[in-house]
Design a protein around this ligand. Structure first.
Ligand SMILES: [Fe+2]
Length: 593
């Protein structure tokens, strides 16, 4: 039984293949076309997933599409009658989806009549719920999906039991916790699609001085969980305007905040303007009130389900700061958020919805690692190196067995070098989790600035993340629950903050990745070797890129290494060092072992 899941004509286009209930491959289109959050049809992701599974499109029995243009038709008609622009937008959506057979055939280089698979339309939030629960380790759990908008709903909650989801409720357009966050994100001058995580990072610098105002923007509601104060927004008047240019597929959202928000908080920030204390306080207020609404929803969900385990999906489930506080603010004791919790994850969710809910098959799969993307053979890596500019006296190149590789790499990191780490299958989801990562010494307080200056070129207020050996979590963090996909932030224990200053955020938290030996043995061994040298079982881990999607192929990793001021590249079993390497950020770590 082969099922192809496709998230198309939406941000974070992606594909996934499930064979007999087992996930075989999942990847976002952005990794191939190099456009962040790429929308449109995921031609290359579909081709890769089928190839990885050893299938042609003729071998696929079911195609699962996480979009149902006919869902919530009453609400859609109501808004279509009020807004001509909205009706036009809906007709474009319907036209795009009617062409999916052609796009799929084109992606697979076959005639449209050659695609015989049965197509299933799965409502957006049902696919989110399925993506959260059906790949979780739980047989029973509360399940919550919260995002900006999909199929005219923003939130849905359910009980997951075995191979079934029992939906308890939903919140329809225009009320949305995702859009509640997006509108002030734009007001603060962050206009790029998906930049909510930047505002979450900024929030740690401020005080929630404007909480009262934000409580008027999102208010509790007995039946629906929450309601927006619509005078602060304009999406309900213009429709949810999302588009992407054919040429580059970057999703663009129209302006979401109304002039009333500026009346209340003052003029919005132009992106080129400096960030002031007021902006930090606005971000902190936004985050604080989001958390209040989120925990209210979760507490109601607990009341409805009685389950101590919760599975989360939708863009709001990427709010790792809120997720990390769930244990303190709700009765839930177990939280599962799969690595592609946002819309990319819909491809997996729709496929599993079809497998379990529609076809009735029992559960047999748990997503306990994130490595579902392309990998490259040692031959392909050698070929990429041979074709690159990595030659001559400017570089030293060694090919090493795993034990020597991790030992030497750990030595370089402990000596203050910045190291690119490219191994195995690419990560599913937006986080680098030890297969396409840039790694550095967490003990050096200045490393955050050094990384930004030399490679990442990103806003100084954004934190870097720690990867920690799973078994050491409780020694360094206030919580011991595992966080394999970097979707939860915990407090770093006060006495440990001086040991790992670089990935500890200004509020004392870290968006940690707990690394288990079973999920990623080589990355685990590297951190273990670093601990042997330094006494610290933690590495600073950031994505292998420079203002672009995470590198996918060896050539992209080598190019990023060559054009930035990275010191060392470990790619497969090759360790390459720049002889013209920059001086260490400091001669000794801040906290010598
Ligand atoms: Fe969504």
């Amino acid at each position: 039984m082969n099922i192809l899941g496709i998230n198309a004509y939406h941000g974070n286009a992606s594909a996934a293949v499930v064979c007999d209930g087992q996930l075989v491959a999942a990847v976002e289109e952005e990794r191939f076309n190099r456009v962040k959050h790429a929308a449109g049809f995921p031609h290359q992701a579909v081709r890769y997933c089928l190839e990885e599974a050893g299938l042609t499109i003729q071998d696929v029995e079911h195609v699962a599409i996480p979009r149902n243009p006919w869902a919530r038709m009453g609400t859609k008609l109501f808004y279509a009658l009020r807004m001509p622009g909205f009706a036009l937008d809906r007709s474009q959506v319907l036209r795009r989806f009617s062409g999916i057979q052609q796009d799929l055939a084109q992606a697979c280089h076959v005639d449209p009549n050659g695609v015989q698979a049965q197509q299933h339309r799965v409502e957006h939030h049902l696919a989110h719920l399925a993506s959260a629960f059906f790949v979780s380790p739980f047989d029973q759990a509360a399940v919550l999906s919260t995002d900006g908008l999909g199929d005219f709903a923003s939130t849905m909650w359910a009980t997951g039991r075995g191979n079934r989801l029992e939906v308890h409720g939903a919140v329809s357009f225009p009320h949305s916790l995702g859009l509640y966050y997006t509108a002030p994100r734009q007001y603060l001058g962050f206009w790029k699609f998906g930049d909510e995580y930047k505002v979450m990072g900024l929030a740690a610098y401020g005080e929630p001085a404007h909480e009262g105002e934000f409580r008027c923007m999102v208010k509790p509601h007995d039946r629906h969980g929450f309601r927006l104060g619509l005078q602060y927004f304009c999406h309900h008047q213009r429709g949810p305007q999302m588009s992407w240019p054919e040429a580059n597929k970057t999703p663009i959202l129209g302006r979401m905040f109304s002039p009333f928000l500026e009346e209340r908080l003052g003029k919005s920030r132009v992106p080129s303007e400096p960030i002031t204390k007021k902006h930090q306080d606005i971000a902190a207020s936004l985050q604080a009130v989001l958390e209040e609404a989120y925990f209210r929803l979760l507490n109601s969900l607990y009341q409805a389900t009685g389950s101590k385990a919760v599975c989360l999906a939708g863009g709001v489930a990427f709010n790792c700061v809120a997720n990390g506080k769930i244990f303190d603010h709700t009765p839930f004791s177990e939280v599962y958020v799969q690595p592609a919790a946002g819309d990319a994850g819909l491809a997996v969710g729709a496929a599993y919805y079809v497998y379990h809910e529609i076809l009735g098959h029992p559960r047999s799969f748990v997503m306990d690692h994130a490595y579902w993307g392309p990998q490259f053979t040692p031959g392909a890596i050698r070929q990429a190196l041979a074709a690159s500019a990595i030659k001559g006296s400017d570089f030293s190149l060694q090919e090493l067995a795993n034990e020597e590789l991790t030992r030497l790499a750990a030595e370089h990191i402990a000596a203050g070098k910045i190291l690119g780490w490219f191994q195995g299958r690419a990560e599913w989801g937006p986080r680098a989790l030890g297969n396409r990562s840039i790694l550095a010494d967490p003990r050096r307080a200045e490393m955050k600035q050094v990384l930004n200056r030399r490679i990442k070129h990103r806003e100084s207020f954004r934190p870097f993340a720690p990867s920690i050996l799973e078994e050491a979590t409780a020694r360094y963090f206030a919580r011991s629950q595992s966080s394999p996909f970097m979707n939860l932030a915990y407090s770093v224990k006060p006495e440990q903050r001086r040991k790992i200053p670089a990935p500890t955020h200004v509020d004392g938290t870290g968006r940690l990745q707990t690394v288990s030996r079973s999920a990623n043995p080589l990355y685990w061994a590297l951190i273990r070797d670093f601990e042997k040298l330094t006494g610290v079982p933690v590495l600073l881990n950031t994505s292998f890129n420079d203002n672009e999607p995470i590198v996918l192929e060896p050539g992209e990793a080598i190019d990023c290494f060559s054009r930035t001021n990275m010191d060392v590249l470990v790619i497969g079993n090759h360790l390459i060092e720049k002889r013209t390497s920059h001086a260490n950020p400091s001669p000794e770590p801040v906290f010598p072992a």
